[in-house]
Design a protein around this ligand. Structure first.
Ligand code: G1P
Length: 268
């Protein structure tokens, strides 16, 4: 089972910092943002991570590649702890596929289809960090309790933010768990059935990859993962686990990136 991390975006909101350095490589407290997401995936049931990269962002690959020369140099200079960490990061089971056209999140996920194969898979969006690594196992438990169904994390958001997210409809079947009846990508508030927003952590059945092949461009002209999930509802049950804002750290804007840096350094 793989964890898929889409990382081919332009990082527009962080320009000019992200002109030469991928957004995913910006430091958050003590490591690049994407390293948290990779480690979160590997702390779950995933036996490997697939990063959907663009060919322009080689720094991400360099970060996860072995560097024997650097490790040897660090050891020679008595910097064993740094050598250990460089060695550890370079040996994580991280694999790369490419999305060289910005056709949307659904398209990015589809680019990993050959790697996820016929197994369920996770999708982890990198704008939110979950350093406690507890969300995916909780989602897996909900899936196990419901016959291996797809499970997505959702978070209540204020009215004015509803149109920035995928929003679910459905009914609460046990405290904090909803059975989903519909998913809508970035609805206007008046058309939003709930305030429960898709949060960026998904546990999905392999059928999603097949459905993604047929999804037509939706909101913003992009191939939306949300639209494939809505189509999946015609065939399979799907559940949502309600998570709270304090379970994740947002790094999607400059302000939230800074706040997350401060919060994580104070926890350390
Ligand atoms: C994506 C998804 C959306 C989800 C959001 C979470 O949107 O399409 O359903 O709510 O991530 O961050 P994006 O933020 O890429 O526009």
């Amino acid at each position: 089972m793989k964890a898929v991390i889409p990382a081919a975006g332009l990082g527009t909101r962080f320009l000019p910092a992200t002109k030469a350095v991928p957004k995913e490589m910006l430091l958050v407290h003590d490591r690049p943002a994407i390293q948290y997401v990779v480690e979160e995936g590997l702390a779950s049931a995933a036996d490997g991570v697939v990063i959907v990269n663009s060919h322009e962002k080689k720094a991400i690959e360099d970060h996860f590649a072995p560097d024997d020369a650097l490790v040897a140099l660090l050891r020679q200079r008595g910097k064993g702890a740094y050598a250990d960490e460089v060695e550890r990061v370079g040996s994580l089971p991280v694999d790369f596929v490419y999305q060289d056209e910005a056709l949307g999140l659904g398209h990015a996920v589809l680019c990993a289809a050959e790697r996820t194969g016929s197994e369920p898979f996770y999708v982890l969006l990198g704008d939110v960090l979950v350093p406690d690594n507890e969300m995916l196992p909780a989602m897996q438990a909900v899936s196990d309790a419901h016959g291996g169904a797809s499970v997505i994390a959702v978070m209540p958001v204020p009215d004015e933010e509803v149109d920035r997210f995928g929003i679910i409809a459905g009914e609460e079947v046990e405290p904090g768990v909803w059975k989903i009846s519909e998913l809508i990508e970035k609805p206007p508030l008046a058309e939003a059935p709930t305030n429960l927003a898709v949060f960026g952590r998904y546990l999905l059945t392999p059928r999603v990859m097949e459905l993604l092949r047929d999804v037509k461009p939706g909101v913003g002209g992009e191939i939306q993962l949300t639209d494939a999930l809505d189509a999946l509802l015609e065939e399979e049950e799907m559940y949502a686990l309600v998570v709270s804002p304090d379970e994740g750290f947002d790094t999607g804007t400059r302000e939230s990136w800074l706040a997350t840096n401060i919060a994580l350094s104070q926890r350390a």
